[in-house]
Design a protein around this ligand. Structure first.
Ligand SMILES: [Zn+2]
Ligand SMILES: [Zn+2]
Length: 152
């Protein structure tokens, strides 16, 4: 029996891939990693009844995943709206990294009760959000749907 493995858990060390293999395990966050840093609620205990991979219209393909019916549906519902490789050209990735940085700094400022710094960071974050919106408006960030294709 092959166990359903939607997030690519190869070992107890954590997820090997996420979102069809496009994201590193750093994106797992709290959803897939418990405080122990070992395995979290996203580990599925069901047997896999299919093998499938996400493929986008531009030919990007994720790794083959062993999935149960529930996780096949979940991946289609949550993750297949757009291909992360198509949606994240280098320029957008840079903006996204800046936003991650700003949000991390905001959390630090909030913990310290530094309202002034928090406000400055928030304004910067707004700027980055606008940049992201512009990239979408100009078609630089394209939403290309993914299809979960079953492999026999
Ligand atoms: Zn499952
Ligand atoms: Zn793609």
């Amino acid at each position: 029996m092959t166990r359903c493995n939607p997030y690519g858990y190869a070992t107890d060390a954590g997820p090997r891939h996420l979102m069809g293999g496009f994201y590193s395990s750093a994106y797992a966050g709290k959803q897939t990693t418990e405080r122990s840093g070992i395995r979290g609620p996203a580990v599925c205990i069901n047997p896999a009844d299919r093998r499938a991979r996400l493929i986008c219209a531009n030919g990007h393909a994720g790794p083959i995943m062993d999935l149960c019916a529930r996780h096949a549906q979940e991946i289609m519902d949550r993750m297949a709206q757009c291909c992360p490789r198509c949606v994240w050209p280098a320029v957008a990735r840079g903006v996204n990294e800046t936003m991650d940085y700003l949000m991390a700094e905001m959390a630090v400022a909030r913990d310290r009760g530094d309202v002034h710094r928090y406000g400055l960071l928030l304004a910067q974050l707004d700027d980055e959000r606008h940049t992201m919106d512009e990239l979408v408006a100009r078609g630089i960030i394209a939403k290309v749907p993914l299809t979960l294709v079953e492999i026999s």
